[in-house]
Design a protein around this ligand. Structure first.
Ligand code: CA
Length: 220
């Protein structure tokens, strides 16, 4: 599961961003100053950091990023409040990946996070799964068996993506619904069973997708 640490001292902004990030199915941790931000990032090892520039205490957002960059290349999105902060983000080699200026729309922040995460993934190569003669390229949404293309519906891709991102972990039907359908989706968790059946039918017996009785499903 994608984890995000938000370092922001204004509770309203932190709450709003948390809500939007959780809607994406992301795990969210919030810290309200630079010191606790660094601690949280080190403890949680998130996939992404949203970092307010103007923080109370010893360390501002720039200091946190500088400190972080000594040991980590985790993507950082700066939240800036003033033009001079923007100038510093752009002018200093802090190693931030992007920035947004307050006031911002939380939708935009989420879109920026997704864009940076996508960029990060292509740099490390596309996500491929290979089981026997079955090959699945998650980024290109291509599934091949012995070179023959298999067609999956978009919801089946979303489900496969959720399982693949959590390989080796058992996911409950509700977790799969949240990840693949979104937390706003309201419906019968047995929908997951229907789509799992479709995935198995289409991808054949090579997909190591186990049913965990009374709990849910596990890939790999
Ligand atoms: Ca602030």
């Amino acid at each position: 599961m994608t984890a995000v640490v938000i370092v922001e001292d204004e509770p309203d902004i932190a709450d709003l961003l948390s809500i939007y990030c959780r809607r994406e199915g992301w795990q969210v941790y919030v810290a309200s100053n630079g010191e606790s931000g660094l601690e949280t990032i080190r403890a949680r090892q998130p996939d992404f950091v949203v970092l307010d520039v103007g923080l109370p205490g010893e360390l501002n957002g720039f200091d946190v990023c500088r400190d972080l960059r000594q040991t980590s290349d985790i993507p950082v999105l700066f939240l800036t409040a003033r033009d001079d902060e923007v100038d510093r983000v752009l002018g200093l080699e802090l190693g931030g990946d992007d920035y947004v200026t307050k006031p911002f729309s939380p939708r935009e922040v989420v879109a920026r996070i997704k864009a940076v995460l996508r960029r990060g993934r292509t740099e490390t190569g596309p996500q491929r799964l290979k089981y026997g003669t079955l090959e699945v390229d998650m980024d290109r949404m291509e599934a091949l068996d012995e070179g023959k293309e298999l067609t999956l519906a978009s919801q089946e891709w979303a489900l496969l993506q959720a399982l693949a991102e959590n390989q080796g972990m058992v996911l409950s039907r509700q977790q799969l619904l949240d990840l693949a359908w979104g937390v706003d989706w309201v419906g019968d968790p047995r929908t997951v069973d229907v789509h799992v059946r479709q995935l198995r039918r289409k991808l054949g017996g090579q997909l190591p997708l186990a049913t965990i009785r009374g709990v849910g499903y596990r890939l790999g």
